[in-house]
Write a protein that binds this ligand. Structure first.
Ligand SMILES: [Zn+2]
Length: 48
């Protein structure tokens, strides 16, 4: 379909939750999405 294009996501708002940072994004075409960026990774690889 020709409506397909590379969305340019602009963050409208974001707020931190216990799950991580939730970002509400929107493209110029009107499409919206919500992304969840997990909280800072604490799991450090076993140093050995
Ligand atoms: Zn778009």
């Amino acid at each position: 379909m020709r409506t397909e294009h590379e969305h340019r996501w602009t963050t409208e708002s974001a707020h931190a939750t216990s799950e991580g940072l939730v970002s509400y994004q929107r493209c110029a075409c009107g499409r919206r999405r919500v992304t969840l960026a997990p909280a800072v990774t604490v799991a450090a690889p076993a140093a050995r």
